[in-house]
Design a protein around this ligand. Structure first.
Ligand SMILES: *[C@@H]1O[C@H](CO)[C@@H](O)[C@H](O)[C@H]1NC(C)=O
Ligand SMILES: *[C@@H]1O[C@H](CO)[C@@H](O)[C@H](O)[C@H]1NC(C)=O
Length: 646
């Protein structure tokens, strides 16, 4: 698709977008650079100084521009900027306005979180059925269908919406629908491998204006590859219409957009633009993907994508903040843990894991301290029944945490129908406040300061649509965000092997938090540097002043990397509601007695939460390449070897 430049500008300004997303990319003959420029500078002047072409702003990121250059092996922008700095002839040069430049590389797309094959010797537990109760439930189901006029042919298979067999094992949404809440006026964007807007199940709710195909540079996110079915299946869970095709979405009157990024190689610039696409109208971004769930990867979104997510929570939805929903990942059989994935462990995303139709933890769903909640997906012999690619196609095998995240995103759409004024942080509060703990015997729950139960397997429990919407109705919006960052804390000590751990701590005083304008905690992050010749041997616990324990890192048998942790940030939601005042302890263990050894270098504690005085709150500055680089401004912590077992 080729627009004349003025048409691009017109369409771009209509859509409130940077024009760059409307230029088609030609990576065979061109290189693309993202330049962050000083606000007062005209990007066209910088472009002409560099003899490059300015293709316009990068998505919604202010002061970031895409420049096009003929293909070359070297980095032409860096070369010119270095040259200028080296000569340092004084005077002024427009290149002094270049704050950063990133040459874009096509890379593999993120991976879809579909159902992995069950491990050998895996038998789901069964629960006995209660015939009388089942008959009663079937009658109730009939009544719901009659009352609401649901004639969708596979509705009765959609146990995740109404389960007449395992009673109570569903998202408890029919009462919400009966009260008239079905997702009207709420919009979810499915960031995935496309969305079949010609499916008769999705067509009535398809939101074209919020849709874009970043893989093929066109307005319609239509699936083209054989494998492009994931996004459509996820979209059906949210927004499949109440009609005569397949089943219904959990928010069947919500609007659904498709943003296609998973079908081909992509640049960080395009992924960043995707995460903010039409962010005044797309309210919720449902993301069932991430780095490989192989128990070895430790990948975070690049700087540009992190900027886009912060931009989304600060400016999306007129400042209320985009709601990012991420699947925790399916790597549990490989000991993977969602704290090794920088998308799911971002404080800006709501991480959603899975439970199956027996209400049990499915073998694939990853654990971690960043997981907020779980909801229904495949396991115990069944999966999610939803819409498929095609005019009138259904699918009965959708699963993995890929199917859990959109179900939660759809429930959030129900909440936004009744309370469109909820901020991104309000949505996190409501989600955890209304979550219902599941499998109390095996969940390894611990009581938290705010009177909830937290499990690394289930987060705060499962999403209950009725409870979530009821909580939303009367929710009092929280004050803006505030934060406290400790200095870098030097340790530089070898980690003892076996059950012993190396313990270090940092004392947070009331005064520190008052100065930081921080009233009570939401997220806690710990950025760490550890050298180790076999990273997977390590585990790390964070213990709060209120004695809540977050297993922020866990042993990963397959992770043989000798790279250790490099400024890696772990996150926990288990400390929600604590004051933060007192001693925070880190215990790092080298769990395997072997030849692989390591040293704990330093760490950095960050407490995030609600401000004391809203009028003093300010937005977090955009991240830069230099964040966390100031390792010298440190305090030396006194490490002690402890002998508690893990
Ligand atoms: C499930 O919804 C019903 C209303 O349909 C409600 O009475 C019940 O309390 C809800 N369950 C929870 C855990 O809130
Ligand atoms: C949808 O939102 C618009 C704008 O906020 C509002 O005017 C309208 O009343 C809403 N419609 C419904 C059905 O809630």
């Amino acid at each position: 698709m080729k627009f004349a430049p003025f048409v691009g500008l017109l369409v771009g300004s209509l859509a409130g977008l940077g024009t760059s997303s409307l230029h088609s990319r030609d990576h065979d003959s061109n290189d693309y650079y993202v330049l962050h420029l000083d606000r007062s500078t005209n990007p066209d002047h910088v472009a002409s100084r560099l003899r490059l072409r300015n293709e316009g702003q990068l998505g919604e990121l202010a002061d970031h521009f895409i420049f096009r250059a003929p293909k070359a092996d070297h980095d032409v922008v860096r070369r010119e900027v270095m040259e200028r700095r080296k000569r340092s002839l004084g005077g002024t040069d427009i290149l002094d306005a270049v704050k950063s430049s990133h040459k874009q590389k096509l890379r593999a797309p993120m991976q879809k979180r579909v159902i992995p094959p069950p491990p050998r010797g895996f038998f789901p537990r069964q629960r006995p059925a209660d015939k009388a109760a089942e008959d009663k439930a079937l009658k109730e189901q009939m009544l719901v269908m009659e009352t609401l006029g649901i004639k969708d042919p596979i509705f009765k298979e959609q146990w995740h919406l109404f389960n007449p067999v395992q009673l109570g094992q569903d998202v408890n949404v029919t009462g919400v629908w009966l009260a008239g809440v079905t997702g009207k006026n709420a919009t979810v964007a499915m960031v995935d491998d496309g969305l079949d807007m010609n499916s008769r199940d999705l067509k009535p709710n398809y939101y074209a204006f919020g849709s874009w195909d970043f893989n093929d540079n066109r307005a319609e996110p239509r699936p083209t590859l054989d494998d492009d079915k994931h996004g459509t299946r996820c979209a059906g869970e949210v927004s499949a219409a109440k009609n005569d095709v397949c089943g219904v979405g959990v928010a069947y009157d919500s609007k659904i957009a498709g943003i296609r990024i998973l079908s081909k190689q992509i640049t960080d610039a395009d992924e960043a633009a995707a995460m903010n696409y039409d962010y005044q109208h797309n309210q919720i971004y449902s993301c069932s993907w991430g780095p490989p769930d192989d128990g070895k990867s430790m990948d975070a979104p690049s700087l540009l994508i992190r900027k886009a997510m912060l931009n989304g929570v600060q400016k999306g939805r007129n400042g209320l903040g985009s709601i990012y929903v991420f699947a925790t990942g399916n790597g549990a059989p490989s000991d993977d843990n969602c704290n090794f994935d920088g998308y799911t462990n971002s404080i800006y995303s709501i991480s959603v894991g899975a439970i199956d139709r027996e209400g049990l933890h499915p073998y694939y769903s990853e654990k971690c301290s960043a997981q907020l909640v779980v909801t229904y997906s495949s396991g115990s012999g069944d999966a999610i029944h939803t819409t498929d690619v095609g005019e009138n196609q259904c699918y009965n095998g959708h699963g993995g945490t890929s199917a859990a995240a959109p179900l939660a995103a759809g429930v959030f759409a129900l909440a936004l129908e009744v309370r469109p004024d909820l901020s991104w942080r309000d949505m996190q509060y409501i989600t955890l406040a209304s979550a219902v703990p599941v499998d109390l015997e095996d969940g390894e729950y611990q009581p938290t300061t705010m009177g909830k139960q937290y499990s690394h397997t289930f987060g705060y429990g499962k999403v209950d649509a009725y409870a979530l919407v009821e909580t939303a109705k009367t929710w009092k919006n929280v004050k803006p965000q505030a934060w406290f960052f400790s200095p870098w804390l030097h340790v530089k000590k070898e980690i003892p092997q076996g059950d012993q751990g190396l313990s270090v701590n940092f004392k947070v005083t009331k005064k520190m938090l008052e100065e930081a304008n921080l009233e009570r905690l939401e997220h806690v992050t710990v950025t760490m540097n550890v050298e180790h010749t076999q990273r997977g041997d390590l585990s790390v616990d964070l213990i709060s002043p209120d004695n809540v324990i977050s297993h922020i890192s866990a042993v990963r048998k397959l992770d043989k990397s000798d790279q250790g942790y490099n400024d890696w940030t772990f996150m926990s939601v288990a400390h929600w509601g604590e004051s933060g005042v007192g001693t925070w302890t880190i215990i790092i263990r080298d769990t395997q007695v072997n030849d692989q050894k390591g040293t704990f270098i330093d760490w950095h504690l960050k407490l995030w939460g609600e401000s004391i005085d809203a009028s003093k709150a300010k937005p977090l500055p955009m991240p830069t390449d230099e964040d966390d680089a100031d390792h010298d401004a440190t305090t030396t912590a006194t490490p002690t070897v402890v002998t508690t077992s893990p």
